[in-house]
Design a protein around this ligand. Structure first.
Ligand SMILES: *Cc1c(COP(=O)(O)O)cnc(C)c1O
Length: 380
C-alpha cells in the first residue's frame, strides 16, 4: 500500500486559525448568545475530532452534526459538550442518539414515535429541538402546526423540549426573504407565548452569513459552519482566517515542444515550447475534473495554470518561463504561497460550485495534518 504521506498530497489544518474564527464570530454576538460550531461532514472536511476540540477550547458551547453517527464519533473521542443532530434521524439513529446523549432535531411523527419508544426502552429523557419550516421548504413542521399540534405533544411527554429552530434559505443573498423568514419565526414564538407555554431554553435560526449580517436572527444560539473554516459566508463578508492549506508534490518535470497535446482527450495543445510539471493529485482526491484547463496551482509562489484534463490521480501544470522546478517541489492547490494565494472561493468558481462542496469533497485519500501552536485544547 502506498503511504499517502510519502505521496505528498495532504491538507494542513491550522487549528489556531479555527480558534481565531470562533473568536471573531463571538465578537459579533451578545453575551447571551452562544455559538454552535457546525462540524458535520467531518468538520467540512477538516477532521472532526481535532476541530471539535479546538472550537470548544475557543469558547464554542455547542456542536452541530448531520447524523447520529457523527455525534457518536465525538462522544467516543471523549467530547462532552452538547451536540445537536441537525438532520433527520431514522429509528436506528434515534437509538444511537439517545445512547450517546445527543440532542435530536424533530419535525415529523415517525421520529417523534421513535424518540418516545427509545426513550422508554433506554430509560433516558430525550432532548429535542422542534424545527419549523419558515421558508426553506425542506424539513420542518409548518408554522401553524406548532401551536395546534406540537405543543400538546411536547407537553404530555417525558421528553425535554430543549430547542426551537428554523433554517434560512437566503441569508447570504436575499435580505428581504431572510426578514420574511425571521418574522414567521417570531410569529411562531408569539403563538407559543399566547398559549402560555414556556419557550424552550434554546432558540436558534442563524447560520454563518446570518450571524455576521443579521443580529436580529441571533436569539440565544447561532449555528456557524463555513465561517469557522475560513470560507466567506457571503460575497463581501469580512475576511476570516484561512484554515486549510492543501498541497501536493511535483512528480515529473519535462520540456515539451509546441504542438504537444497533454492528457486525456487532448484538450490542451501547447501553443509554444514550455515546461510541464505533473503533480500527485487528481479527481479521486477531490481535485475536481471541472478544474481542467481552468484552475491554477502555486509552485514556489508562482501561479502555474492547470493544463489538460484532471485525471484520477494526476494533474499537469505549465511552469512559468525561466522558473526552475524539480521533482519533489511542493505545489499549493489551496491556500497561500509567498505573496500569492488560492481561496476556496476561487476553486469553487473554477468548478461552478460553492466552497462547501469543494471542502467536503476533498476525499479520504488526502491525509489531514493538524497544526496548532498551543496545546491547550488537549485538555478538553
Ligand atoms: C450546515 C448547517 C448550518 C451551518 O451553515 P453555514 O452556512 O456553514 O454556517 C447551520 N444550520 C443548519 C441546520 C445546517 O444544516
Amino acid at each position: 500500500m502506498i503511504s499517502a504521506y510519502a505521496r505528498g498530497t495532504q491538507a494542513l489544518i491550522d487549528l489556531d486559525a479555527v480558534r481565531r474564527n470562533v473568536e471573531f464570530f463571538q465578537s459579533m454576538l451578545s453575551p447571551n448568545t452562544a455559538l454552535m460550531a457546525v462540524v458535520k461532514a467531518d468538520a467540512y472536511g477538516h477532521g472532526v475530532v481535532p476541530v471539535a476540540r479546538a472550537v470548544l477550547a475557543a469558547g464554542a458551547q455547542w456542536l452541530g452534526v448531520a447524523a447520529a453517527e457523527e455525534g457518536e464519533e465525538l462522544r467516543a473521542a471523549g467530547v462532552s459538550a452538547p451536540i445537536l443532530i441537525l438532520g433527520a434521524s431514522s429509528a436506528e439513529q434515534v437509538r444511537i442518539a439517545l445512547q450517546s446523549q445527543l440532542d435530536l432535531t424533530l419535525f415529523d411523527r415517525d421520529t417523534w414515535d421513535a424518540v418516545q419508544h427509545w426513550g422508554s426502552v433506554l430509560k433516558v429523557r430525550p432532548r429535542v429541538h422542534l424545527k419549523v419550516d419558515t421558508g426553506m421548504g425542506r424539513v420542518g413542521v409548518q408554522p401553524q402546526e406548532v401551536a395546534v399540534e406540537w405543543l400538546d405533544r411536547l407537553a404530555e411527554s417525558n421528553v425535554t423540549w430543549q430547542g426551537l429552530m428554523s433554517h434560512l434559505a437566503t441569508s447570504d443573498s436575499d435580505e428581504q426573504y431572510t426578514q420574511e423568514q425571521l418574522s414567521r419565526f417570531l410569529d411562531v414564538i408569539e403563538q407559543i407565548r399566547q398559549r402560555q407555554v414556556a419557550l424552550p431554553p434554546t432558540i436558534h435560526l442563524a447560520n454563518s452569513a446570518a450571524a455576521l449580517r443579521f443580529p436580529g436572527t441571533h436569539f440565544n444560539l447561532v449555528r456557524v459552519g463555513i465561517g469557522l473554516y475560513g470560507g466567506r459566508p457571503y460575497a463581501g463578508s469580512p475576511r476570516l482566517w484561512p484554515v486549510m492549506q492543501w498541497v501536493s508534490r511535483v512528480t515529473l518535470v519535462k520540456q515539451v515542444p509546441a504542438g504537444t497535446s497533454i492528457g486525456y482527450g487532448r484538450t490542451y495543445v501547447a501553443p509554444a515550447d514550455c515546461t510541464v510539471a505533473t503533480l500527485a493529485v487528481g479527481y479521486a482526491d477531490g481535485y475536481r475534473r471541472a478544474f481542467s484547463n481552468r484552475a491554477a496551482v502555486l509552485i514556489k509562489g508562482a501561479r502555474c495554470p492547470v493544463v489538460g484534463r484532471v485525471s484520477m490521480d494526476q494533474i499537469t501544470v505549465v511552469v512559468p518561463q525561466g522558473m526552475s522546478v524539480s521533482v519533489g517541489d511542493q505545489a499549493v492547490l489551496l491556500g497561500e504561497d509567498g505573496t500569492e494565494h488560492i481561496l476556496v472561493e476561487d476553486l469553487a468558481v473554477w468548478a461552478d460550485t460553492i466552497s462547501y462542496e469543494i471542502l467536503t469533497g476533498i476525499s479520504a485519500r488526502v491525509p489531514r495534518l493538524h497544526l496548532a501552536k498551543s496545546t491547550e485544547m488537549d485538555r478538553i
